[in-house]
Ligand binder design. Structure first.
Ligand SMILES: NC(=O)c1ccc[n+]([C@@H]2O[C@H](COP(=O)([O-])OP(=O)(O)OC[C@H]3O[C@@H](n4cnc5c(N)ncnc54)[C@H](OP(=O)(O)O)[C@@H]3O)[C@@H](O)[C@H]2O)c1
Length: 336
Protein backbone atom coordinates (compact mmCIF):
# COMPACT_ATOMS: atom_id res chain seq x y z
CA UNK A 1 0.00 0.00 0.00
CA UNK A 2 1.62 3.28 -1.15
CA UNK A 3 0.29 6.49 0.42
CA UNK A 4 1.48 9.97 -0.60
CA UNK A 5 1.33 12.92 1.79
CA UNK A 6 1.08 16.24 -0.05
CA UNK A 7 2.27 19.13 2.12
CA UNK A 8 4.34 16.70 4.22
CA UNK A 9 6.69 19.56 5.14
CA UNK A 10 3.90 21.30 7.09
CA UNK A 11 2.74 20.70 10.67
CA UNK A 12 -0.27 18.47 9.91
CA UNK A 13 1.52 16.85 6.96
CA UNK A 14 4.43 15.95 9.24
CA UNK A 15 2.10 14.44 11.86
CA UNK A 16 0.41 12.48 9.06
CA UNK A 17 3.73 11.14 7.75
CA UNK A 18 4.64 10.09 11.32
CA UNK A 19 1.27 8.40 11.76
CA UNK A 20 1.75 6.44 8.51
CA UNK A 21 5.16 5.29 9.76
CA UNK A 22 3.63 4.31 13.13
CA UNK A 23 1.09 2.19 11.25
CA UNK A 24 3.91 0.48 9.33
CA UNK A 25 3.07 2.26 6.05
CA UNK A 26 6.14 3.99 4.57
CA UNK A 27 4.92 7.38 3.26
CA UNK A 28 5.83 8.99 -0.05
CA UNK A 29 6.42 12.62 0.93
CA UNK A 30 5.42 15.20 -1.67
CA UNK A 31 5.46 19.00 -1.75
CA UNK A 32 7.04 22.06 -3.28
CA UNK A 33 10.17 22.53 -1.13
CA UNK A 34 12.70 19.71 -1.41
CA UNK A 35 14.83 20.79 1.54
CA UNK A 36 11.86 20.92 3.95
CA UNK A 37 10.58 17.59 2.59
CA UNK A 38 13.97 15.87 3.11
CA UNK A 39 13.88 16.84 6.80
CA UNK A 40 10.56 15.09 7.43
CA UNK A 41 11.52 12.20 5.11
CA UNK A 42 14.56 11.47 7.29
CA UNK A 43 12.44 11.53 10.49
CA UNK A 44 9.92 9.01 9.14
CA UNK A 45 12.24 6.98 6.93
CA UNK A 46 10.04 7.83 3.95
CA UNK A 47 9.87 5.59 0.90
CA UNK A 48 10.50 8.51 -1.47
CA UNK A 49 10.61 12.30 -1.74
CA UNK A 50 8.85 13.77 -4.77
CA UNK A 51 8.80 17.50 -5.55
CA UNK A 52 5.90 19.24 -7.35
CA UNK A 53 4.00 22.51 -6.82
CA UNK A 54 0.27 23.13 -7.16
CA UNK A 55 0.69 25.33 -10.26
CA UNK A 56 1.47 22.32 -12.55
CA UNK A 57 -1.20 19.60 -12.38
CA UNK A 58 0.71 17.33 -14.80
CA UNK A 59 3.85 17.44 -12.64
CA UNK A 60 1.70 16.82 -9.55
CA UNK A 61 0.00 13.84 -11.23
CA UNK A 62 3.46 12.45 -12.12
CA UNK A 63 4.48 12.85 -8.46
CA UNK A 64 1.44 10.80 -7.37
CA UNK A 65 2.01 8.03 -9.94
CA UNK A 66 1.92 4.54 -8.42
CA UNK A 67 0.37 5.77 -5.15
CA UNK A 68 -2.90 4.18 -3.97
CA UNK A 69 -4.01 7.27 -2.06
CA UNK A 70 -3.03 10.94 -1.73
CA UNK A 71 -3.47 12.57 1.70
CA UNK A 72 -3.50 16.32 1.07
CA UNK A 73 -2.43 18.50 4.02
CA UNK A 74 -1.52 21.65 2.05
CA UNK A 75 -3.84 24.48 3.04
CA UNK A 76 -5.53 26.87 2.70
CA UNK A 77 -7.48 24.41 0.57
CA UNK A 78 -9.60 27.28 -0.73
CA UNK A 79 -6.43 28.46 -2.50
CA UNK A 80 -4.46 25.26 -3.28
CA UNK A 81 -6.78 22.26 -2.87
CA UNK A 82 -8.43 21.72 -6.26
CA UNK A 83 -5.25 21.14 -8.36
CA UNK A 84 -4.22 18.40 -5.92
CA UNK A 85 -7.63 16.71 -6.32
CA UNK A 86 -7.32 16.93 -10.13
CA UNK A 87 -3.79 15.49 -10.03
CA UNK A 88 -4.88 12.57 -7.80
CA UNK A 89 -7.68 11.81 -10.29
CA UNK A 90 -5.21 11.96 -13.22
CA UNK A 91 -2.86 9.60 -11.34
CA UNK A 92 -5.71 7.18 -10.53
CA UNK A 93 -5.17 7.61 -6.77
CA UNK A 94 -7.87 7.92 -4.13
CA UNK A 95 -7.85 11.24 -2.25
CA UNK A 96 -8.45 12.48 1.30
CA UNK A 97 -7.62 15.85 2.83
CA UNK A 98 -7.62 17.65 6.19
CA UNK A 99 -9.69 20.66 5.09
CA UNK A 100 -11.98 22.50 7.50
CA UNK A 101 -13.05 25.11 4.91
CA UNK A 102 -16.79 24.75 4.22
CA UNK A 103 -16.99 26.34 0.76
CA UNK A 104 -14.02 24.34 -0.51
CA UNK A 105 -15.51 21.08 0.80
CA UNK A 106 -18.86 21.96 -0.82
CA UNK A 107 -17.13 22.73 -4.13
CA UNK A 108 -15.15 19.47 -4.17
CA UNK A 109 -18.16 17.31 -3.23
CA UNK A 110 -20.26 18.98 -5.94
CA UNK A 111 -17.67 19.13 -8.75
CA UNK A 112 -16.26 15.59 -8.43
CA UNK A 113 -19.38 13.73 -7.27
CA UNK A 114 -19.61 11.63 -10.46
CA UNK A 115 -15.90 10.73 -10.83
CA UNK A 116 -15.47 7.01 -11.41
CA UNK A 117 -12.77 4.59 -10.38
CA UNK A 118 -11.49 6.51 -7.37
CA UNK A 119 -12.94 7.96 -4.16
CA UNK A 120 -12.42 11.55 -2.97
CA UNK A 121 -13.14 12.30 0.70
CA UNK A 122 -12.42 15.88 1.80
CA UNK A 123 -12.48 17.05 5.45
CA UNK A 124 -10.99 13.96 7.09
CA UNK A 125 -9.90 16.04 10.07
CA UNK A 126 -11.04 16.28 13.70
CA UNK A 127 -14.13 18.37 12.86
CA UNK A 128 -15.35 17.23 9.43
CA UNK A 129 -14.75 13.50 9.91
CA UNK A 130 -16.30 12.89 13.35
CA UNK A 131 -18.91 15.64 12.70
CA UNK A 132 -20.29 13.91 9.61
CA UNK A 133 -20.16 10.43 11.16
CA UNK A 134 -22.00 11.50 14.34
CA UNK A 135 -24.55 13.54 12.34
CA UNK A 136 -25.47 10.43 10.37
CA UNK A 137 -25.89 8.26 13.48
CA UNK A 138 -27.88 10.99 15.27
CA UNK A 139 -30.26 11.48 12.33
CA UNK A 140 -30.75 7.71 12.13
CA UNK A 141 -31.66 7.62 15.85
CA UNK A 142 -34.53 10.08 15.35
CA UNK A 143 -37.51 8.04 14.18
CA UNK A 144 -38.68 10.83 11.81
CA UNK A 145 -37.03 13.11 9.24
CA UNK A 146 -35.15 15.90 11.07
CA UNK A 147 -36.78 19.29 10.51
CA UNK A 148 -33.57 20.80 11.90
CA UNK A 149 -30.08 19.33 12.12
CA UNK A 150 -27.44 21.32 13.97
CA UNK A 151 -23.79 20.28 13.67
CA UNK A 152 -21.77 22.18 16.26
CA UNK A 153 -18.04 22.30 16.92
CA UNK A 154 -18.00 23.02 20.65
CA UNK A 155 -14.27 23.17 21.40
CA UNK A 156 -13.04 26.09 23.50
CA UNK A 157 -10.31 28.41 22.30
CA UNK A 158 -7.06 26.42 22.18
CA UNK A 159 -3.75 26.04 20.40
CA UNK A 160 -3.95 26.61 16.65
CA UNK A 161 -1.25 26.36 13.98
CA UNK A 162 -0.35 29.13 11.54
CA UNK A 163 -1.79 26.87 8.81
CA UNK A 164 -5.17 26.80 10.62
CA UNK A 165 -5.07 30.59 11.09
CA UNK A 166 -4.28 31.09 7.39
CA UNK A 167 -7.16 28.81 6.41
CA UNK A 168 -9.63 30.56 8.72
CA UNK A 169 -8.46 33.95 7.39
CA UNK A 170 -9.09 32.67 3.85
CA UNK A 171 -12.76 31.95 4.68
CA UNK A 172 -13.51 34.67 7.27
CA UNK A 173 -15.04 37.00 4.67
CA UNK A 174 -17.33 34.30 3.19
CA UNK A 175 -20.88 33.98 4.53
CA UNK A 176 -21.50 30.51 5.99
CA UNK A 177 -23.80 28.18 4.06
CA UNK A 178 -26.94 26.68 5.53
CA UNK A 179 -29.09 24.01 3.87
CA UNK A 180 -32.84 24.68 3.70
CA UNK A 181 -35.72 23.88 1.32
CA UNK A 182 -33.53 21.53 -0.69
CA UNK A 183 -30.51 23.77 -1.35
CA UNK A 184 -27.51 25.51 0.19
CA UNK A 185 -27.85 29.25 0.90
CA UNK A 186 -25.51 31.84 2.47
CA UNK A 187 -26.46 33.24 5.91
CA UNK A 188 -24.80 35.82 8.13
CA UNK A 189 -21.94 34.55 10.32
CA UNK A 190 -22.33 34.89 14.06
CA UNK A 191 -26.17 34.81 14.40
CA UNK A 192 -26.38 33.56 18.02
CA UNK A 193 -28.37 30.74 19.63
CA UNK A 194 -27.84 28.70 22.80
CA UNK A 195 -27.20 25.02 23.34
CA UNK A 196 -26.63 22.63 26.25
CA UNK A 197 -23.12 21.17 26.02
CA UNK A 198 -22.48 17.65 27.36
CA UNK A 199 -20.45 17.84 30.60
CA UNK A 200 -21.11 21.57 31.16
CA UNK A 201 -23.57 23.44 33.40
CA UNK A 202 -26.25 25.59 31.75
CA UNK A 203 -26.31 26.58 28.11
CA UNK A 204 -23.56 28.18 26.02
CA UNK A 205 -24.00 30.73 23.25
CA UNK A 206 -22.98 29.59 19.78
CA UNK A 207 -22.92 31.47 16.48
CA UNK A 208 -23.20 30.33 12.86
CA UNK A 209 -19.90 29.62 11.21
CA UNK A 210 -18.88 27.98 7.93
CA UNK A 211 -18.14 24.42 9.09
CA UNK A 212 -17.79 21.49 6.68
CA UNK A 213 -20.73 19.51 8.18
CA UNK A 214 -23.31 21.63 6.35
CA UNK A 215 -21.60 20.89 3.03
CA UNK A 216 -21.67 17.16 3.76
CA UNK A 217 -24.70 16.03 5.81
CA UNK A 218 -27.47 17.01 3.31
CA UNK A 219 -25.86 14.67 0.75
CA UNK A 220 -26.78 11.61 2.82
CA UNK A 221 -29.35 12.83 5.40
CA UNK A 222 -32.82 14.01 4.41
CA UNK A 223 -33.40 17.09 6.60
CA UNK A 224 -35.43 20.29 6.34
CA UNK A 225 -32.62 22.50 7.58
CA UNK A 226 -28.92 21.83 8.28
CA UNK A 227 -26.79 24.46 10.02
CA UNK A 228 -23.47 24.68 11.80
CA UNK A 229 -22.17 26.61 14.79
CA UNK A 230 -19.14 27.32 16.93
CA UNK A 231 -18.86 28.81 20.42
CA UNK A 232 -19.43 32.56 20.25
CA UNK A 233 -15.87 33.43 21.36
CA UNK A 234 -14.35 31.14 18.71
CA UNK A 235 -16.52 32.72 15.98
CA UNK A 236 -15.36 36.17 17.14
CA UNK A 237 -11.71 35.12 16.97
CA UNK A 238 -11.99 33.53 13.51
CA UNK A 239 -13.90 36.51 12.12
CA UNK A 240 -11.18 38.85 13.40
CA UNK A 241 -8.40 36.98 11.57
CA UNK A 242 -6.83 38.81 8.66
CA UNK A 243 -4.06 37.35 6.47
CA UNK A 244 -1.60 39.63 8.32
CA UNK A 245 -2.66 38.48 11.79
CA UNK A 246 -2.47 34.82 10.67
CA UNK A 247 1.24 35.29 9.85
CA UNK A 248 1.95 36.23 13.49
CA UNK A 249 0.64 32.85 14.76
CA UNK A 250 3.47 30.33 15.54
CA UNK A 251 3.90 27.71 12.81
CA UNK A 252 3.64 24.87 15.35
CA UNK A 253 1.37 25.20 18.40
CA UNK A 254 2.74 24.60 21.90
CA UNK A 255 2.99 20.81 22.35
CA UNK A 256 1.72 20.72 25.95
CA UNK A 257 -1.31 22.88 25.28
CA UNK A 258 -2.09 21.00 22.10
CA UNK A 259 -2.02 17.64 23.89
CA UNK A 260 -4.53 18.85 26.51
CA UNK A 261 -6.89 20.65 24.10
CA UNK A 262 -10.28 18.94 23.90
CA UNK A 263 -12.38 18.88 20.73
CA UNK A 264 -16.11 18.11 20.80
CA UNK A 265 -18.43 17.66 17.84
CA UNK A 266 -22.16 17.59 18.57
CA UNK A 267 -25.11 16.81 16.31
CA UNK A 268 -28.67 17.62 17.35
CA UNK A 269 -31.58 16.46 15.20
CA UNK A 270 -35.10 17.77 15.92
CA UNK A 271 -38.29 16.59 14.21
CA UNK A 272 -41.48 18.56 13.44
CA UNK A 273 -42.94 17.57 16.87
CA UNK A 274 -39.88 18.84 18.74
CA UNK A 275 -38.55 15.34 19.55
CA UNK A 276 -34.76 15.29 19.62
CA UNK A 277 -31.82 12.96 19.18
CA UNK A 278 -28.38 14.14 20.20
CA UNK A 279 -24.97 12.66 19.48
CA UNK A 280 -21.50 13.79 20.41
CA UNK A 281 -17.93 12.70 19.88
CA UNK A 282 -14.96 14.08 21.78
CA UNK A 283 -11.23 13.59 22.31
CA UNK A 284 -7.93 15.33 23.06
CA UNK A 285 -5.05 16.58 20.89
CA UNK A 286 -6.97 17.66 17.76
CA UNK A 287 -3.98 17.78 15.39
CA UNK A 288 -2.75 14.32 16.37
CA UNK A 289 -6.30 12.97 15.96
CA UNK A 290 -6.55 14.65 12.56
CA UNK A 291 -3.50 12.67 11.42
CA UNK A 292 -5.01 9.44 12.81
CA UNK A 293 -8.34 10.12 11.03
CA UNK A 294 -6.74 11.05 7.69
CA UNK A 295 -4.43 8.01 7.70
CA UNK A 296 -7.19 5.58 8.66
CA UNK A 297 -9.43 7.06 5.94
CA UNK A 298 -6.63 6.65 3.40
CA UNK A 299 -5.95 3.09 4.52
CA UNK A 300 -9.65 2.17 4.23
CA UNK A 301 -9.85 3.68 0.73
CA UNK A 302 -6.74 1.76 -0.36
CA UNK A 303 -8.34 -1.48 0.87
CA UNK A 304 -11.23 -0.85 -1.57
CA UNK A 305 -14.99 -1.10 -1.26
CA UNK A 306 -15.86 2.61 -0.88
CA UNK A 307 -18.24 4.10 -3.48
CA UNK A 308 -16.49 6.07 -6.23
CA UNK A 309 -16.71 9.84 -6.71
CA UNK A 310 -16.53 12.62 -4.14
CA UNK A 311 -18.11 11.30 -0.92
CA UNK A 312 -18.51 12.50 2.62
CA UNK A 313 -16.89 10.50 5.45
CA UNK A 314 -20.27 8.92 6.38
CA UNK A 315 -20.86 7.92 2.74
CA UNK A 316 -17.38 6.44 2.30
CA UNK A 317 -17.01 4.66 5.65
CA UNK A 318 -19.20 2.78 8.14
CA UNK A 319 -19.87 5.51 10.78
CA UNK A 320 -20.02 3.17 13.81
CA UNK A 321 -16.99 1.19 12.69
CA UNK A 322 -14.92 4.33 12.13
CA UNK A 323 -15.86 5.94 15.47
CA UNK A 324 -15.15 2.66 17.28
CA UNK A 325 -11.75 2.59 15.59
CA UNK A 326 -10.94 5.95 17.21
CA UNK A 327 -11.73 4.80 20.78
CA UNK A 328 -8.23 3.46 21.59
CA UNK A 329 -6.99 7.00 20.77
CA UNK A 330 -9.02 8.37 23.69
CA UNK A 331 -12.10 9.26 21.64
CA UNK A 332 -15.52 8.74 23.26
CA UNK A 333 -18.90 9.06 21.58
CA UNK A 334 -22.57 8.63 22.30
CA UNK A 335 -25.96 8.97 20.59
CA UNK A 336 -29.18 9.33 22.60
N1 LIG B 1 -10.30 21.00 10.14
C1 LIG B 1 -9.45 20.60 11.01
O1 LIG B 1 -9.86 20.16 12.02
C2 LIG B 1 -7.98 20.64 10.69
C3 LIG B 1 -7.05 20.06 11.52
C4 LIG B 1 -5.68 20.12 11.17
C5 LIG B 1 -5.30 20.79 10.01
N2 LIG B 1 -6.25 21.36 9.21
C6 LIG B 1 -5.89 22.08 7.98
O2 LIG B 1 -4.73 21.52 7.37
C7 LIG B 1 -4.05 22.53 6.66
C8 LIG B 1 -2.59 22.51 7.04
O3 LIG B 1 -2.40 23.02 8.33
P1 LIG B 1 -0.93 23.09 8.95
O4 LIG B 1 -1.03 23.63 10.30
O5 LIG B 1 -0.25 21.79 8.73
O6 LIG B 1 -0.26 24.19 7.98
P2 LIG B 1 1.27 24.42 7.62
O7 LIG B 1 2.16 23.93 8.70
O8 LIG B 1 1.37 25.84 7.19
O9 LIG B 1 1.52 23.49 6.35
C9 LIG B 1 1.02 23.82 5.09
C10 LIG B 1 1.61 22.89 4.05
O10 LIG B 1 1.08 23.29 2.79
C11 LIG B 1 2.15 23.55 1.90
N3 LIG B 1 1.81 24.64 1.00
C12 LIG B 1 1.34 25.87 1.35
N4 LIG B 1 1.14 26.62 0.27
C13 LIG B 1 1.49 25.84 -0.80
C14 LIG B 1 1.50 26.05 -2.19
N5 LIG B 1 1.15 27.22 -2.72
N6 LIG B 1 1.93 25.04 -2.98
C15 LIG B 1 2.30 23.87 -2.45
N7 LIG B 1 2.32 23.60 -1.13
C16 LIG B 1 1.92 24.59 -0.31
C17 LIG B 1 3.31 23.95 2.79
O11 LIG B 1 4.52 23.75 2.06
P3 LIG B 1 5.92 24.48 2.48
O12 LIG B 1 6.46 23.68 3.62
O13 LIG B 1 6.73 24.36 1.26
O14 LIG B 1 5.55 25.89 2.87
C18 LIG B 1 3.14 22.97 3.95
O15 LIG B 1 3.65 21.71 3.61
C19 LIG B 1 -4.76 23.86 7.01
O16 LIG B 1 -5.64 24.17 5.96
C20 LIG B 1 -5.52 23.53 8.27
O17 LIG B 1 -6.68 24.33 8.43
C21 LIG B 1 -7.57 21.30 9.54
Amino acid sequence: MKIAVYGASGFTGGLTAHELRRRGLAPVVVGRDEERLRRVAAEVDADEVRVAGVEDVNALAAAFKGCDVVVNCAGPFTLWGEPVVRAAIAAGAHYVDTAGEQHYVHHILTTFREESGITIVPAMADDGGPGDLIARLTAERLAATPADLLIADLRRLGAASRGTARSMAAVATLDPLEFSDGDWRPVKAGAPSTIAVPGEQGEVTVGSFALPGVAMAPRHIKAGRVRSALREEVVELFLSLSAGVAESVPEIPDAEQRASDRWLMLAQATDEQGRQAQGWVTGLDPYRLTAVIAVEGARRLAEGGAPSGARTPAEAFDPTGFLNFLEPFGVTWQVK
